[in-house]
Design a protein around this ligand. Structure first.
Ligand code: GDP
Ligand code: ADP
Length: 188
């Protein structure tokens, strides 16, 4: 089964993905992106970091299951060959997910929308910047992300298999267990 995680920025998708990969035997599908690595990110582990030309070559070769353009025109995509078999987990955008549904076998895909309230997401974003380093540029980025995410995830509940809430104070293990228990019911 392939678990697809969707949700606004800061909802906790990457954290859940890492839990599933580290403790529950799911292989992480490594995406390709044209964005630059952040401090501490490793090529081939967090993403395959690539450039616009190489990304276009993959796209023209027809080997991508899906791709999407996200913040600052950055491209993100994943390979068709990654969706064929195995127990895997991937973080996608709603557009990417809709392409996967069209381009890949559907019966082994289990999709989860991860939600958290706006206050929690803003707090997590500020924590990531460091409260003492937070400035006007960051404030603008929070507003941009929030507005974009609002439209992007509106109504998505109806397209997924499970909706989980991951707010401040929620134990991430409870969220992961809910995902695994529900996924098992789909996997019989
Ligand atoms: N369509 C698609 N979206 C992806 C893929 N990998 C990551 N994303 C999306 O890109 C978003 C941005 O990720 P990232 O650049 O790591 O930074 P973040 O905004 O801080 O989470 C994620 O929230 C995902 O929704 C992919 O392979 N395909
Ligand atoms: N249930 C939780 N309890 C405490 N911290 C959490 C929880 N879920 C996520 N976080 C923290 O919130 C931040 C954003 O989570 P992340 O997984 O990067 O979100 P996303 O991938 O959706 O943008 C991270 O610092 C993460 O450690």
């Amino acid at each position: 089964m392939i678990i697809v995680l969707l949700g606004p920025s800061g909802s906790g998708k990457s954290t859940i993905e890492n839990e599933l990969a580290t403790h529950h035997g799911f292989e992480k599908i490594i995406s390709y992106t044209t964005r630059k690595p952040r401090d501490g990110e490793v090529n081939g582990k967090d993403y395959y970091f690539t450039d616009q030309n190489s990304f276009a070559t993959m796209l023209n070769a027809g080997i991508l299951a899906e791709y999407d353009r996200y913040t600052y025109d950055r491209l993100y995509g994943s390979l068709k060959s990654d969706y064929l078999e195995g127990n895997k987990v991937v973080v996608l955008t709603p557009n990417g997910f809709r392409q996967v549904k069209q381009n890949c076998p559907q019966n082994n895909i289990f999709t989860v929308l991860v939600r958290s309230n706006l206050g929690t997401r803003v707090k997590r974003y500020i924590d990531r910047c460091g409260i003492d380093k937070f400035d006007y540029k960051d404030k603008d980025e929070i507003c941009n992300r929030t507005e974009r995410d609002y439209g992007m995830f509106l109504g998505l509940e109806r397209e997924v298999n499970l909706v989980v809430d991951n707010n401040e104070g929620t134990d991430i293990n409870d969220v992961v267990n809910e995902i695994l228990e529900t996924e098992r019911m789909y996997n019989v």
